[in-house]
Design a protein around this ligand. Structure first.
Ligand code: SF4
Length: 365
């Protein structure tokens, strides 16, 4: 299990500076200020995991032999309430966060999620959500009405056999496709479709997915198979490099590189030469992008993590429930970010130990 660091022990490192707007120095955090970590990266994105449960058992995230019937998921009382999440999110916006993504587990399993969306939608952020799509057909409209802007849907194959092999689920692909259509109709567009590609399992899905979503306005993003968590048995041989993914698409549909939408965009953009839209590749193994990583993660039970591959979290819930005022909350978050030195994907090797790693289903992908 992870180590949780008491926030009181955190002190900002000396001599760190930001890129662009100046970083906040010292203990005080001015409203609207930005905060930079030890490598000069500004805090800009917050991923909030609203549940550690999921209705799928994807082999790369929640393999069934580990996350079985007896797995000790968090009790309800341990979860941050919507009011607590909104309070923390507001503190983050005061530190320069402009983008919030709701994740899980599967976020649509959290009851009345629209209520949280409505609370977050009042803040000056780009508000998005990542889902496996199984419940999206009936949730898309209420979420859009509550103020959600866009969704990203995970979909690793278009044939049921491969989809079920990757997700270890009985959900048919058609149900996820219905969810994508519903999201599009509700205005949660462009819908992004994330496909994790694993060697020997779903390489054939690369061209299938490109073909299926060309010309729809949706954007398929192919993700290199990663060593997330401690339980997915990752090997470097499982990775289909982004360059190969692009070659496979280009062999059928000519593509050309497109400029990033903004500095630090995770996906590398490519567009179809015939104008039928674009795809993306997330080359987190072969072309790590830690140097531009501006993401902090808030776990379901209120721990802060500064990297997807973290082994240590920082307990914010203790502060929230202990009566800390907003300024104290902001100072604590800023202190965690200032100490951040993570660049896991840049230094990963096949021999990197994984046993103590936090599971992605707990801190959000
Ligand atoms: S490995 Fe960590 S620091 Fe690098 S991009 Fe991923 S989350 Fe960011």
């Amino acid at each position: 299990m992870s180590r949780i660091l008491p926030l009181a022990d955190l002190r900002p490192p000396r001599g760190t500076g930001g890129l662009g707007a100046p970083a906040v120095e010292g203990d005080d955090v001015a409203a609207g200020a930005t905060v930079a970590d030890a490598r000069g990266r500004r805090l800009h994105d917050l991923r909030i995991s609203v549940t550690d449960r999921c209705n799928f058992r994807c082999v790369y995230c929640m393999p069934k032999d580990v996350f079985g019937r007896d797995y000790p998921f968090l009790p309800h009382a341990a979860l941050l309430t919507f009011e607590e999440i909104a309070r923390v999110a507001r503190a983050f916006t005061g530190l320069g966060v402009g983008k919030i993504r709701l994740t899980g587990g599967e976020p649509l399993l959290r009851k009345n999620l629209e209520r949280l969306v409505a609370m977050l939608a009042t803040m000056p952020v780009d508000l998005t959500l990542t889902t496996n799509g199984a419940l999206l057909a009936r949730k898309a409209r209420p979420l859009a009405d509550a103020g959600l802007k866009r969704v990203t849907v995970s979909l690793d194959a278009l044939d049921d056999a491969t989809f079920r092999a990757m997700g270890d689920t009985d959900t048919p692909v058609a149900q996820v496709l219905d969810g994508i259509d519903a999201a599009s109709r509700a205005g949660l567009a462009p819908v992004k479709i994330n496909a994790v590609i694993k060697r020997g399992v779903n390489e054939h899905a690369i061209v299938d997915l490109a073909r299926r979503f060309r010309g729809t306005g949706h954007i398929v993003r192919f993700i290199e198979y990663m060593d997330v968590g401690a339980t997915n048995g990752w090997r470097m041989d499982d990775v289909v490099p982004a360059a190969e993914i692009l070659e496979r698409v280009a062999s059928v549909f000519p593509i050309e590189p497109a400029d990033p939408n903004y500095a630090g965009e995770v996906a590398l953009r490519w567009r179809y030469r015939d104008g039928a839209g674009e795809i993306g590749v997330i080359a987190s193994v072969t072309q790590a992008f830690c140097r531009d990583c501006t993401r902090m993660r808030l776990s379901t039970d209120g721990k802060l993590y500064t990297c997807l591959f973290a082994t240590e979290g920082h307990d914010l819930r203790e502060l929230v429930r202990g009566g800390a005022d907003d300024a104290t909350l902001a100072r604590a978050i800023a202190a965690v970010w200032r100490r951040r030195d993570d660049r896991y994907s840049e230094v990963r090797t096949a021999a990197t130990p994984r046993e103590r790693r936090i599971e992605m289903s707990y801190i959000g992908g």
